[in-house]
Ligand binder design. Structure first.
Ligand code: GLN
Length: 477
């Protein structure tokens, strides 16, 4: 049968499989066929796990027969290639992990496996999740299906493109400074960065441990929420997850107030983004939301602070790639030479840049001047957000300052690339949850490019995000 992949959602796919309209195997095969047709050109997947995916689909079909199928059973997913799936190749798009096969399942994978999900393959990304365009992959750039001369965003660009071009129904990404939300926005999708500690990081290859979160990239909020409800929860393998006794959800108020930090939206923002943002505000007003202007006095420092302490964390996390324990080994005359050669050849330019910067920042004499200052700023920015959330229920910004940019445009200027994260990093720096949802399109050079808006809520306010996002979505249809 011909399955309408474009309009499929998790719930719809579930109903079809329940009714016997198609099997999990047929659905998985349909996605594998699209992958065969499109992946060579778009480069969304680095690895396709065809055989195992079909096995998982058969298992799912058994569950439909014996009545134990859940909502995620038989749902074909794309997984960012820095999330471990036991036995599958997991490179984080780095040469240093070439041929590395994960020896265990990440906690999120274990949970999804239990729910019966199907893992189609590992998706392309910026090396070790460092970047905003997927151009930093050691395995070639991923193209934006809306305009193949443009980037899909990053670092979870492959996951976003997989969903946007019907090569998966839903995907997992990781977000350290925007890597789920920014590619979701560039590809016309919904991307969720959860509250820090809401989802276990166990089995996600670490970039910045105080920032990283795994989350869904999906076609809509409903699908994001379904995946979120499965992957959330504390985990004894990750001591930074929020203990179950402290987890909470907010009750949803009838009338919500949306805060807008206009003072932070002055420079370097594309006209099309500003116009779309104003139109989005009008739509939210028409839904009965009150809009209030807010001040986040220290937000102007957020990107600078992030690009100090994040590389510090990177330099510590990436020290483990020594040529002995994982992946690549380039032999020298002794142990130290092995280490230097392996790391010199195994890491690409962006990880090397951040490791060197991070090591410098953490070194004696500079620690106080840089690392500690950035931590002080982090506290101030957190305070700004806490105060703002006393006045408003959610904070709204555009997700990105521009629509998807051209491949190659920002490659030579790292700082220019870093500015792509201006609106997304603060959720990671403060640990609050944030969601990017599609808010329309803009025409650029004959292509229709998606735009997105971002809502941020107080800690553990995911359910608030789902409510506003769903309200807004209805008006988008
Ligand atoms: N683009 C940001 C960076 O390069 C965020 C990356 C991420 O979220 N993984 O640091």
């Amino acid at each position: 049968m011909n399955i309408d992949l474009k309009n499929l959602t998790i719930q719809k796919a579930h109903n079809h499989m329940l009714n016997g309209d198609f099997s999990a195997r047929e659905l998985t095969q349909a996605y594998l066929n699209v992958i065969k047709e499109k992946n060579e050109n778009l480069n969304a997947y680095l690895h396709v796990f065809e055989e195992n995916a079909l096995k998982q689909a058969d298992e799912a079909d058994k569950r439909f027969k014996d009545g134990t199928a859940e909502l995620m059973t038989g749902i074909p997913m794309a997984i960012k290639n820095n999330i471990c799936i036991k036995g599958e190749i997991t490179t984080a798009a780095s040469k240093i992990l070439e041929n590395y096969h994960a020896t265990y399942d990440a906690t999120v994978i274990e949970k999804l496996r239990k729910a019966g999900a199907v893992f189609l393959g590992g998706t392309n990304m910026d090396e070790f999740a460092m970047g905003s365009s997927t151009e930093n992959s050691a395995y070639g750039v991923t193209k934006n299906p809306h305009d193949k001369t443009r980037v899909p965003g990053g670092s979870s660009g492959g996951s976003a493109v997989a969903v946007a071009s019907d090569m998966a129904l839903v995907a997992l990404g990781t977000d350290t400074g925007g890597s789920i939300r920014q590619p979701a926005s560039f590809c016309g999708l919904t991307g969720l960065k959860t509250t820090y500690g809401r989802v276990s990081r166990y089995g996600a290859i670490a970039m910045g441990s105080s920032l990283d979160q795994i989350g869904p990239i999906a076609k809509n909020t409903e699908d994001s929420e379904i995946v979120y409800d499965i992957i959330r929860g504390d985990d004894e393998m990750d001591s930074t997850t929020i203990p179950e006794s402290l987890q909470k959800d907010y009750s949803i108020k009838d009338k919500m107030v949306i805060g807008v930090p206009r003072h932070f939206m002055k420079e370097g923002i594309d006209e099309s983004v500003l116009k779309n943002f104003e139109e989005s505000l009008d739509k939210l007003k028409s839904l009965g939301y009150e809009i209030k202007e807010i001040e986040l006095p220290n937000i102007g420092y957020v990107l600078s602070a992030y690009y100090i302490f994040m590389p510090a964390e990177v330099s510590a996390n990436l020290a483990r790639f020594d040529g002995v324990r994982f992946g690549l080994l380039k032999e020298g005359k002794n142990g130290i030479e092995d280490y230097i050669k392996t790391r010199g050849e195994g890491f690409g330019p962006e990880p090397r840049r951040r490791i060197i910067l991070g090591t410098y920042i953490l070194s004696h004499g500079y620690y106080d001047a840089y690392y500690n200052k950035s931590m002080a700023l982090r506290d101030l920015i957190r305070d700004d957000f806490n105060k703002a959330f006393e006045l408003v229920d959610v904070i709204l910004t555009p997700t990105t300052p521009t629509p998807a940019f051209k491949i190659g445009d920002k490659c030579d200027d790292p700082v220019e690339m870093y500015l792509a994260d201006i609106f997304t990093v603060s959720a990671n720096v403060t640990g609050v949850p944030a969601i990017s949802i599609p808010s329309g399109f803009t025409e650029k050079e004959g292509a229709s490019l998606p735009l997105g808006i971002q809502f941020m809520a107080p800690h553990m306010g995911e359910k608030i995000l789902f409510k506003v996002a769903k309200d807004f979505e209805i008006l988008q249809k």
